[in-house]
Design a protein around this ligand. Structure first.
Ligand code: DC
Length: 225
């Protein structure tokens, strides 16, 4: 790793960390690592290559050679897998499910480690995921752990689904979020937890802007941005 500053943003599902990390990176003019996208890309690529999620060695090899390009041109960022634009395809629920299955495989996490660390560089990096502050960038000068109550996260997800024209059941979403929290926090490798020294931000009653400003204030106060 080099000396460019890093802000890590970890947190549970639907905590808003993706939106917040993107906004913080845009406001600072820094690079962005959406680490969940790498697990999603691997899940999608494995499916297309006909690889089973049980094939640990095959998946680790695929993870090392993943032919992915993150385009950071102006306008919307695009993700190309083997030359094909998969920016939208990797957001599908089914791909999220595949991602969560490949993410528990130790050799896969090891294979993706160097790839993630390679995103660091000037003028700085904002990295979001589950283990950015604990495993991938343990020396980051500012680590954020973003949370919100399960009910609030379910409400946000409900609103998103409705806006996309999908049906949704709030009570079922709360249950689903509790189950995913349980899985993420209790898995053996790189479980979701606040890193040592992380600043815990509970966004239950905060807007995205308020969370972004809180992080930028903290970065300024620590003299890293
Ligand atoms: O944040 P997301 O929904 O795009 O993440 C997709 C999956 O990848 C999710 O099941 C958790 C996993 N993941 C992980 O294990 N470690 C990360 N740093 C990021 C995501």
């Amino acid at each position: 790793m080099n000396g460019a500053p890093i802000i890590t943003v970890d947190g549970p599902v639907s905590s808003g960390k993706g939106t917040v990390a993107r906004e913080v990176a845009a406001r600072l003019g820094w690079r962005l690592l959406d680490s969940g996208a790498l697990y999603r890309l691997l899940g999608l690529y494995a499916q297309r290559r006909g690889l089973s999620t049980d094939d640990e060695a095959g998946l680790a090899e695929l993870a090392r050679d993943l032919p992915v390009v993150f385009e950071q041109t102006d306008g919307e960022p695009r993700i190309l897998l083997d030359g094909e634009d998969v920016t939208r395809a990797i957001r599908r629920e089914e791909v999220g499910e595949l991602a969560s299955r490949v993410a528990v495989i130790e050799p896969v996490r090891r294979a993706l480690l160097a790839r993630q660390q390679a995103f660091a560089g000037p003028p700085g990096l904002v990295a979001d995921g589950r283990d950015m502050g604990t495993v991938v960038f343990p020396d980051a000068p500012l680590k954020i752990f973003l949370t919100a109550s399960a009910e609030e996260r379910a409400r946000r997800r409900y609103k998103q689904l409705k806006e996309k024209g999908f049906g949704a059941n709030l009570a079922a979403l709360v249950e689903d979020i509790r189950a995913r929290d349980d899985r993420d926090m209790n898995r053996d490798i790189a479980p979701l937890e606040a890193a040592d020294g992380a600043l815990v931000v509970d966004s239950t009653s905060m807007t995205v802007d308020e969370v972004v400003n809180r992080i930028l204030d903290e970065a300024a106060r620590r003299d890293i941005a």
